[in-house]
Design a protein around this ligand. Structure first.
Ligand code: SF4
Length: 648
């Protein structure tokens, strides 16, 4: 029977330049899948407590998904894992494109690096045979340029993951790029790669991945495919009004993800730009503004149809029929650029009150090439603008920049300085919390972050579920593990016994009530997304709903196992608990990572979509932690939980 995994990892020690393939027992895949799960298993067991994130003891892993290459859909994401230098906690970031299958084609499920190389190197693997090569000539080049150079050297089929200058300069908001500018951006893991003096990983192999029951895989994928082509009944000009309707309506019904995925298919994530601003989902003006500060006459420059007009060609990640990506033309210096994602657009526009879409395209490409996280870069610029407005930073501090809201030229110059670590940019290149610590003068109030990580462009005052996950996840500030809205779209209650079904119509105010059902729903999202990250699945595909996207059935058909959805959710719970146990082992107090007060609604906003909203995470935390068998007060996994989940 063919297995969906290679059963092997590569452990590279950059200090002594050894590369050792290791077999991984089947029981590890049965307990953790691969992807983030395998990464958590290796890092928890092998990294000493208190390891310096930028030191030799940190382990950085490139992990492919369990389902990658098995014939399932939406399963081409790879996960980068390591101890985060940004938050000091468990760190991970994931990315689509073509790198996940390339890891398996090279003969491994994951490649891990420890130690620090004496000089810049890159790793090349050809059909399982690994070599470390000198990268002195590549150091200092941007990520896309380096990737193109390496593809010329090893052929167009070689897959490349690479850091840009931001990772080399140890910016704590740097990530790792692949597929010419896509980026695994969160947790600052590009700096870990830079500290290890590892410029790139180049993979070229022809190993194939199997599935225990290929016919069943095919049948499941065919059945799923019919949901992908659900037509979108709305034109672009209506998208802002949809947001207005959602804002003014006192009653809400559970949202079906089919609508969202049809928006993705047509426009990409930017299809939601104006809807999110109107509705109150997008934070504006460094989380202090509202839809009133950025009304339709300003946000119309971000209309999805305008973005669509610039699209030259759509692209899909490996095994994804949705294809939310695109290559666009830009009026800036670069002509062909990646279509910016919703998160990047809003961080570089609404959060800084910048109405200029061309500058967003330009900065997005610049940041992708530098290997810097667009969310954190935009958030840090917004923080600096507010500090300037309040007189905390002066023109002298900003190298003469008139750092005012919506000043496009100043924002572009500031972010360029952050990339180069030049002048004020050096102070800001490590994110808002680190900058506020140095600036002082009460600036911490304007650094909107959780444990040092800037949250994504989803306001937890509008969807309290976001605030639960921003505050309580082992990766603080994370928006991709759950939300009130995600629970509705995943429709997990249709497959997993015992989960609450949302009522068909409810008041907006009821979202803010603290009760056991909310905790159950939030924990179910985290377990499910941890499972999905082990499988290498894209969250956007999962929004189509758990009955239409057969995640549990694909896992059984690929592996030959006969687990129930509830048993798969236990695998997700185990991965989630292991990440929390990693944090505890490294001395993290979960309560220290709560998001800044402003983002919780303290003080509450005086106008706009989120007027008066406050999310009491202190009250929500005990019930959420209890769902995993973690202590209600401290958030630490209980001894009996660790034993039940076979972590000890
Ligand atoms: S939905 Fe978009 S991000 Fe997700 S796998 Fe498909 S193309 Fe990639």
């Amino acid at each position: 029977m063919r297995k969906p995994y290679m059963g092997k990892i590569l452990m590279v020690d950059l200090s002594d330049q050894t590369m050792i393939p290791e077999s991984i027992p089947d029981r590890v895949y049965e307990d953790y899948l691969s992807g983030m799960g395998l990464g958590a298993y290796i890092l928890y067991n092998r990294m000493p407590a208190g390891a310096d994130p930028l030191g030799p003891e940190n382990i950085l892993g490139f992990c492919s998904g369990f389902l990658t290459g098995t014939g399932s859909l939406f399963s081409g994401r790879w996960t980068l894992v390591g101890k985060s230098p940004l938050t000091g906690t468990w760190g991970d970031a994931n990315c689509g494109g073509t790198f996940s299958p390339a890891i398996k084609h090279s003969g491994y499920d994951a490649i891990f690096f420890k130690g620090i190389s004496p000089g810049p190197v890159y790793l090349y693997i050809k059909n399982g045979k690994a070599t470390l090569k000198d990268a002195a000539d590549l150091w200092g080049r941007d990520a896309t340029e380096t990737e193109e150079f390496l593809k010329q050297q090893y052929g167009p089929k070689a897959a490349v993951a690479v850091i840009g200058p931001s990772g080399e300069q140890l910016s704590l908001i740097s990530g790792v790029c692949s597929d010419r500018g896509r980026i695994a951006a969160r947790s600052g893991l590009g700096a870990v790669m830079g500290a290890k003096k590892l410029k790139a990983v180049v993979l070229d192999g022809v190993y194939r991945i199997g599935a225990a029951d290929p016919a069943a895989m095919k049948k499941l994928s065919r059945q799923c495919l019919k949901w992908v082509n659900f037509p979108l009944p709305l034109p672009g000009k209506m998208m802002a009004s949809v947001g207005t309707l959602l804002r003014v309506s006192p009653l809400v019904f559970p949202q079906d993800g089919l609508l969202y995925t049809s928006i993705l298919r047509k426009w990409g994530t930017g299809g939601m730009n104006q809807t999110s601003i109107e509705w109150g989902d997008s934070p504006l003006k460094n989380w202090d503004g509202s839809n009133r500060d950025f009304p339709m006459k300003k946000s119309r420059t971000l209309n999805p149809d305008l973005i669509k007009k610039t699209e030259i060609v759509k692209y899909h990640c490996y095994s994804c029929p949705l294809g939310c990506g695109g290559i666009c033309s830009s009026k800036g210096k670069q002509t062909h650029v990646h279509k910016p994602e919703y998160e990047s657009i809003l961080a570089l526009s609404g959060l800084c009150m910048n109405e200029d879409l061309d500058s967003v395209y330009y900065l997005n490409e610049l940041l992708n090439r530098a290997g810097m996280d667009t969310i954190s870069a935009g958030a840090t610029a917004a923080f600096a603008i507010e500090c300037y407005e309040k007189g905390i930073l002066t023109r002298e501090d900003t190298d003469g920049l008139e750092l005012t809201w919506g000043n496009t030229e100043a924002i572009v110059t500031l972010i360029k300085k952050m990339i180069k670590r030049e002048g004020i940019g050096d102070l800001l290149a490590d994110e808002t919390k680190a900058a506020a610590k140095k600036i002082g003068k009460g600036s911490m109030e304007f650094a909107i972050q959780a444990g040092g990580q800037e949250p994504a462009m989803h306001d937890g005052r509008n969807d309290p579920g976001f605030n639960v996950h921003y505050c309580l996840e082992p990766t603080p500030g994370r928006h991709t593990l759950g939300a009130h809205l995600y629970y509705e779209m995943f429709q997990l209650w249709k497959r997993v016994k015992g989960l609450p079904k949302p009522s068909p119509l409810y008041t907006k105010g009821s979202k803010y009530k603290v009760n056991r059902e909310k905790a159950q729903a939030a924990a179910a999202c985290s377990k499910f997304m941890s499972l999905a990250n082990g499988a290498g699945m894209c969250m956007f595909g999962l929004f189509i709903g758990s009955k239409r996207v057969p995640t549990f059935d694909w896992l059984n058909a690929a592996s030959g196992w006969t687990l129930t959805p509830e048993e798969y959710m236990t695998i997700g719970e185990r991965i989630q608990t292991l990440k929390q146990a990693f944090n505890i082992k490294h001395g993290i107090e979960p309560r220290d990572n709560f998001i800044s007060s402003r983002a919780l609604g303290k003080p509450p906003q005086k106008e706009g979509a989120n007027k008066g909203r406050f999310v009491d995470v202190e009250k929500l935390a005990p019930d959420y932690w209890e769902q995993f068998g973690w202590d209600r007060t401290s958030g630490k996994p209980e001894e009996e939980t660790l034993q039940r989940l076979k972590i000890k």
